[in-house]
Design a protein around this ligand. Sequence first.
Ligand SMILES: *[C@@H]1O[C@H](CO)[C@@H](O)[C@H](O)[C@H]1NC(C)=O
Ligand SMILES: *[C@@H]1O[C@H](CO)[C@@H](O)[C@H](O)[C@H]1NC(C)=O
Ligand SMILES: *[C@@H]1O[C@H](CO)[C@@H](O)[C@H](O)[C@H]1NC(C)=O
Length: 222
Amino acid sequence: MATRTLIVVSILIALGSASAADSKNNPADELVGVINQNRTAHKSSTLADNPGLACLALQYIKAYDGNCDDVAGSDAKKPAETAFAETFAPNCGVEVSTLGQISGRLLACQSKYAEPAEAFSNVLFENGKSLSILYNKNHTEVGVGIQGTDGGGPYFWCVLFSSGNPNTSFQLQGGTAIKQRPGCYSGTNDPCSAATRSRLSSSLTVTGFSLLALVVASIFVN
Ligand SMILES: *[C@@H]1O[C@H](CO)[C@@H](O)[C@H](O)[C@H]1NC(C)=O
Ligand SMILES: *[C@@H]1O[C@H](CO)[C@@H](O)[C@H](O)[C@H]1NC(C)=O
Ligand SMILES: *[C@@H]1O[C@H](CO)[C@@H](O)[C@H](O)[C@H]1NC(C)=O
């Protein structure tokens, strides 16, 4: 009996270190992959992953300052449209003159981390309204930002769609975005430090505290 317990414990440790090793990947890039797979299956075009747009998505999240309650519901807040040009773009090093039209946006927040495929189907695109945003024919490009604040949550996902020309919109001064920490954004192949923490804490949540991890998912759709 004692041996069996030990084996179970070491399997759990092995699983834990496997997921830590995985975390070199960028979950924001993975989420763009899931979005494009799903769009392609629905005969919609593949969207370009634009790092300038994605950096703005992470800035959009940062405007909420970790406050999940501000994302949806009667007290929902929304950054001013002028924030794109006045704060988000300068913080990212995106040239303001190249800002494209935002053709759709989704923002979600919950207390528990979700892997990209799960975030896609259970957090972001679980209802008809957000699916109609996903399949909108006007989109040509996408950018994803993900953030889990220090201490393991709440976790924020922001997907910005644009109808701009991927070759010329959301251009980065000097070709690379100004680094944003904590958090990840797509289009950079940049390993994401926040994801390391979130994956570790998510496996702890799964093994130990799944009943306590009350989901407070909320979605703001525009
Ligand atoms: C696309 O995503 C939606 C929402 O999660 C899901 O219902 C649908 O089955 C997916 N389609 C494919 C082909 O994976
Ligand atoms: C696509 O863009 C056109 C022009 O801006 C707009 O009139 C139309 O409503 C958009 N279509 C969708 C599905 O959002
Ligand atoms: C973007 O650039 C590529 C390669 O130069 C070109 O093939 C493509 O047509 C351009 N796309 C648009 C929308 O201008």
